[in-house]
Write a protein that binds this ligand. Sequence first.
Ligand code: ADP
Length: 247
Amino acid sequence: MVFPNGTVALKEANLEVAPGEFISLIGPSGCGKTTLLRLLADLIKPTAGTIYIGGKTPEEARKARAYGYVFQAPTLMEWRTVLANVMLPLEIMGFPPAERKARAERMLELVGLERFARHYPWQLSGGMQQRVSIARALAFDPHLLFMDEPFGALDEITRENLNLELLRLWRETGKTVIFVTHSIPEAVFLSTRIVVMTPRPGKIEAIIPVDLPQPRSFETRELPEFFRLATEVREALRRGHGYEVAE
Ligand code: ADP
């Protein structure tokens, strides 16, 4: 992927993802993680190469509502209640009012926030707001969930709780997740495979399978295999100069 100013944001990126996988993209700033996610979501078009999502082009997949997108900031509308925020994409897509409400309520239950449906976003903690944005992304039942550092702005304890919560949701819904992160422990904890990306130009340095037992729990982080995998990711990042200070 070459931007008009000549920046080569992604050079070697070959990846095939099976349905139901949980894939993390990890790497330092500027290695092309967000670019890769935006290409998948049809927010930008590739200058070279091809992308298929369940046999469709990213544009066809977008039109078929194949994915939901969760951003780093919750991007909720302050003047809408939690329920009305989750209903928003369904309104835009023209779902009938009764179905909007039923679906949004079901999604809030899924993320454990049904009691907060009538609250406003500013009445919730950062972690709860991010759960609302996950419910919103899932409201129209996409097969795929793209998540761009959704927990990056949260404290470590909230983040670990939400990691666990996200895995429960992933198990219960069978979605395919593509998750961008800067955090090695987060990637190891969540993923079925970790895609290690390195910068200048952005490329896939390694793809590391994570065979830690499912379902994962707080104890997972204490397993020797967890440390071994974290070390493997760190070494792949160093090999691709992912630890160098950017010029
Ligand atoms: P990451 O998400 O890993 O931090 P990005 O995908 O945002 O990385 O960026 C990869 C590279 O592409 C960076 O060098 C960034 O400056 C550059 N880049 C991203 N978007 C644009 C754009 N619209 N125009 C020019 N360069 C861009």
